[in-house]
Design a protein around this ligand. Structure first.
Ligand code: NAD
Length: 502
């Protein structure tokens, strides 16, 4: 479509979506293939509850074929033994093809996940391409090591690819999270089997096609859609898979550790759930905090692992903060149809998840919380799954809404009297993905940054990110980091080579 994305209307996007034929077959060994037993499942769009594609329902027979293909490509060395310049050019071309396919990828991402179309364009597709390009640039810049040794000896410390890497990803940011894994894993020379979530498989399949077109040899990237138990489990248990790089719930993350132990002790990296706190001190700039807090929970309808879902606020400013959050949300974050360009908050992923989110709101109310904003289902006439931006006030730390990951547009408000209580409440969770501190006193800010147990702590801002900064969690939010050059080491082993010479 020639009209620039920012100038298109809902009708333009819906026409584009109607003309997009999603590909639902698996992508194995450079070819689109049906599941070996021919089974498919319905891919339902959360926008309307309508089926948008029939998708290959891969199971262990397909996993065996995909792993064998990845292993053969690895052993043949068609990718890992290419020179650094070639690897860089292929990955840069892959990033470029993602950019050129932006309309199709953005429409598929919005159809699958229900996120606002301009977020898919400006964030999901764009960041995925940026990520692949970021790692491409390491190909001819990252050197290995020469260790200090005695004379007449040479000790090389080389990074070697692991082999076949399984990337098991969730449904909330399918393109971005896939790219976070593909970039460093492919750069390091591995073969990758990408297992998208059953709710959002379409852009992953397209990535397989684009990578081949960019020059990645067949078998180096295989994509196997399917359900967790049927496709994810045999992949994670497979004796010829060398690593599982997982992003998803803490519950399934623990299964990944078990599968590794029960099979071949494959490497495991886990990016799991979160329940990130905002600590708002009495001297905070409340307007700035309200904006950071509202966007930090309602962006992507709260379906974000590091969403700032718990506000721990000084008792003296709680009411003013709630009023400011409600104003920012009402004025700047409209809930609406995902193909409407003005929409900032779209649908939840599926009916079951919507019921779960509404169930949490009910549970909060029954345990004594007060609904200060939203709280209800919306737009039933669309046929999809929409829930209003919600604020629950008077939340105690022992309530389910304060302890469990809701993964929806629900913010909880809990007050504190002093700094020690704020720290205790903020850290009172099994998770440790992210946290934020809002204060105008840098002494307090630095004290809190040291005390909060989280992989990222923001001060007077929220959700700032860069490919150059590592992302991941403490505690049961997982271990291992995505993004930055640190992620590359996850996908490689170190080999030491000693040579004696005269
Ligand atoms: P999920 O754990 O249900 O599923 C994630 C992936 O694992 C999917 O591909 C699924 O098919 C697969 N899977 C499910 N059961 C499996 C099993 N028994 N064996 C093997 N594979 C299995 O998570 P979800 O509902 O897709 O995503 C939401 C969760 O992901 C939330 O908890 C969220 O916090 C987390 N998440 C974390 C990050 C992060 O970077 N820390 C990012 C995004 C999402």
């Amino acid at each position: 479509m020639s009209t620039p994305a920012a100038a298109r209307t809902r009708k333009d996007w819906e026409t584009l979506a109607a003309n997009t034929r999603p590909e639902g077959r698996a992508f194995i060994d450079g070819k689109l293939v049906a599941a070996r037993d021919g089974r498919v499942f319905d891919d339902v769009s959360p926008i309307s509850g309508q089926v948008v594609a029939q998708v290959a329902r891969c199971s262990s027979a397909d996993i065996d074929v995909a792993v064998a293909s990845g292993r053969a490509a690895f052993d043949a060395g068609t990718w890992r033994r290419t020179d650094p310049g070639t690897r860089k050019r292929v990955l840069l071309r892959f990033a470029q093809l993602i950019r050129e396919d932006i309309d199709r990828l953005a429409v598929l991402e919005t159809l699958d996940v229900g996120k606002p179309i301009l977020n898919s364009v400006n964030v999901d597709v764009t960041f995925a391409a940026d990520c692949i390009a970021y790692y491409a640039e390491f190909a001819d810049k990252l050197s290995d090591e020469v260790a200090p040794t005695a004379p007449h000896e040479l000790a090389l410390v080389r990074r070697e690819p692991l082999g076949v890497v399984a990337a098991v990803v969730p449904w909330n940011y399918p393109l971005i999270i896939s790219a976070w894994k593909l970039g460093p894993a492919l750069l390091a020379g591995n073969s990758v089997i990408l297992k998208p979530a059953e709710q959002s498989p379409l852009t992953a399949i397209r990535l397989g096609e684009l990578a081949l077109e960019a020059g990645l040899p067949p078998g180096v990237l295989n994509v196997v859609p399917g359900f967790g138990e049927e496709a994810g489990k045999p992949l994670a248990l497979h004796p010829d898979v060398d690593m599982v790089s997982f992003t998803g719930s803490t519950e399934v993350g623990k299964l990944m550790l078990r599968y590794a132990g029960e099979s071949n002790m494959k490497r495991v990296a886990l990016e799991c759930g979160g329940k990130s706190p905002h600590v708002v001190m009495k001297d905070a700039d409340l307007e700035a905090a309200a904006s950071g807090i509202a966007w930090g929970i309602y962006y992507n309808a709260g379906e974000t692992c590091h969403a700032g879902s718990r506000v721990i606020v000084h008792q003296g400013v709680k009411d003013a903060l709630i009023e400011a959050i409600a104003r920012v949300t009402t004025n700047t974050i409209p809930l609406g149809h995902p193909f409407e360009p003005a929409t900032q908050m779209g649908a939840l992923i599926d009916q079951g998840h919507m019921q779960r989110v509404l169930g949490y709101i009910d549970s909060g109310i029954s345990q004594g919380a007060r609904v200060a904003l939203g709280g209800k289902r919306a737009f039933e006439e669309f046929g999809g799954y929409y829930v209003e931006a919600t604020v629950l006030d008077n939340v105690r730390a022992d309530m389910r809404v304060a302890r469990e990951e809701i993964f929806g547009p629900v913010l909880t408000m809990t007050s504190f009297a002093d700094e020690a209580e704020a720290i205790r409440l903020a850290n009172d969770t099994i998770y440790g993905l992210a946290a934020a501190v809002w204060t105008s006193d840098m002494n307090v800010a630095h004290r809190l940054c040291g005390a909060l147990k989280a992989g990222t702590v923001w001060v007077n801002t929220f959700d700032r990110s860069s490919l150059a900064t590592p992302f991941g969690g403490f505690k049961q939010s997982g271990f291992g980091r995505d993004r930055s050059y640190h992620a590359i080491d996850k996908y490689a082993d170190l080999k030491t080579i000693w040579t004696a010479y005269k």
